[in-house]
Design a binder for this molecule. Sequence first.
Ligand code: NI
Length: 172
Amino acid sequence: MALRKILNDNHSTLRTRAQEVKNINSAVLNLIDDMIETMREADGVGLAANQVGVPKRILVASDCREDGGVYELINPQCEKAEGEEVGVEGCLSVPGQYGEVPRHQKIIVSALNRKGEKIRLELEGLPARILLHEMDHLDGVLFVDKAVRMLDPEELKSDEEKSDEEKSEEKS
Ligand code: NI
């Protein structure tokens, strides 16, 4: 496993629609392992492949449970979405900025796992928000495009006073 460099907001790969994965080969599996390591090292809760310069439809995301499990999704698709909730988000590719983003509250996502098996997830609240943020990355969309309000520096200052754990929930 190895750490990958996380691209920042102006990089064109972040604005590229990622391509479907046709073949789950060793390069794809290595990429997933590296993405998990990179996400954890950066204290993030999610990472999309184009954030590390690979425009393929792959994402990793915390399952938000205590055991620290991670979803590894290949070619994820949102099958159903309902409800709406506004919450604060940040992004490892948009350092230092946070904004309020409306997202669907409940989603059903289908994807392939690393064995190529079809899986289906029903999520609500924070894990749903994280997956929606990461799926946007795969379409070249950043949270700043959807934010209804960016937090101002005063609010950011109070944000920095939060514990590391609270802050890490907001960066994906
Ligand atoms: Ni992000």
